[in-house]
Design a protein around this ligand. Structure first.
Ligand SMILES: [Zn+2]
Length: 413
């Protein structure tokens, strides 16, 4: 009996460490890092899986927000999340008053609308939330005859969130921060309505003091006629340089896409989040989609491989941001870049930080698992910091002054 219990405990503990061993076997110990973890996960993104989701959304023929099928669409998205293991998925209902003038029609309507929210609870900071989402309603010049396939706009963005959610559940991913996957309703008539799914969510989140770390919005991420040299627009908001830089580095490090981080016209579901002060950014394909808001916005006219590549950006952000909490945004003040240089990187036993800001600089160092290891206030223009007590690996350095916050990855060899 005793042996049986020991055997049981052995099997149980082997199970517990199975995931860790999986990573350790995939990479040597030194490379047991965020890079290797992100690479393992993004390699699970399957274009076929993304195509299936887009196809199933397109198969509604229309997802126009004033059509009566909207609740069935929300229920099917909820069922999809539940089938992947998100048993906590909810439909969050709200009322929208729309006054929409379209051609000869003046549509006035008060409707119930339905956001769909699936949650992967954080193990260490469940109150801190990272969001990935897109909108599931669609629009076209043929909405009055009930046609709006909306494959690119925005079944593609919803499919990105669903694909990431699928992989996280399949791989039993356990983030330290909570991750929410949201399919937003009622985006397309934002300018003609008193509410959208995203404005409803963002306003409530602000009122409830929800600690949103960031919202990565994917809206139209699948149109691209070329097979290489891919680019992407990052629609950035004033004062949101942290997420811009974060997304930029994830895109450069983990995808074949060249990001264009110029401030474009920020609109869509990110906008209300920005209005409430939450870090947010909207990813979009680089090339204008000529099928935008027409009946030709269908699966056959988009580039699924590009969509899969775009999905990697959000996935890398979720793993990097939700796994390794650094408390970045709470004191984040503005979009001004800090004029600071850190070198060498990789380093061995010391680093130098040049501070051209004429003010004190706070430096905090965190391990790759988010543990705080070092803090200093730097008062000089040139500062040499002894890091010989830190073991080899990858660290996150947070540099803060009154102008803002900068994050940097430091490798100690
Ligand atoms: Zn859209």
């Amino acid at each position: 009996m005793k042996n049986f219990i020991l055997l049981f405990l052995l099997i149980y503990s082997l199970n517990l460490t199975a995931q860790n061993n999986y990573f350790k076997n995939k990479a040597d110990t030194k490379d047991f890092s965020i890079d290797s973890i992100i690479n393992i996960y993004i390699n699970e993104i399957k274009p076929d899986s993304i195509r299936n989701t887009i196809q199933s959304l397109q198969s509604y023929t229309t997802r126009f927000m004033l059509e009566p099928n909207r609740k069935n669409i929300a229920i099917s998205l909820k069922d999809k999340f539940i089938s992947m293991g998100y048993l906590n998925t909810v439909i969050d209902s709200f009322i929208v008053i729309t006054n929409f003038i379209y051609g000869p029609f003046n549509i006035q309507d008060t409707t119930w609308q339905y956001n769909v929210i699936a949650t992967l609870e954080g193990s260490l900071y469940p109150d801190s939330i990272c969001i990935a989402g897109g909108h599931y309603d669609s629009f076209s010049d043929s909405i009055l005859v009930g046609k709006a396939p909306g494959a690119d706009d925005d079944a593609s963005g919803v499919s990105a969130a669903i694909e990431i959610a699928r992989i996280f559940k399949m791989m039993n991913y356990q983030p330290k921060l909570t991750i929410k996957f949201i399919a937003f309703a009622a985006e397309e008539l934002m300018g003609f309505s008193d509410e959208s799914g995203s404005s409803y969510y963002a306003k409530n989140a602000y009122a409830n003091n929800e600690k949103i770390k960031f919202f990565a919005n994917n809206d139209m991420i699948s149109y691209n006629r070329s097979i290489s040299n891919w680019e992407s627009k990052f629609h950035c908001f004033t004062g949101m340089s942290w997420i811009r830089d974060f997304a930029y580095s994830m895109c450069i490090d983990y995808t074949s896409i060249t990001p264009d981080t110029a401030t474009h016209n920020p609109w869509g579901d990110s906008h209300p989040f920005w209005q409430q002060g939450f870090q947010t950014l909207h990813f979009e394909e680089y090339e204008f989609n000529p099928n935008y808001h027409t009946v030709f916005d269908v699966v056959d006219s988009i580039n699924i491989d590009y969509c899969a590549e775009m999905t990697k950006i959000t996935m890398a952000m979720l793993i990097s941001g939700a796994q390794f909490y650094t408390g970045i945004d709470e004191n984040h003040k503005s979009g001004i870049q800090i004029n600071v240089k850190l070198y060498p990187n990789p380093a061995t036993d010391r680093i130098t930080i040049d501070n051209a800001e004429n003010q004190n600089l706070n430096i905090s160092v965190y391990t790759i698992v988010g543990d705080f290891v070092l803090q200093k206030v730097l008062t000089n223009n040139k500062n040499i910091i002894d890091i010989s007590s830190l073991s080899k690996g990858i660290y996150i350095i947070r540099l803060t002054n009154t102008n803002g916050t900068m994050l940097q990855k430091l490798i100690i060899e």
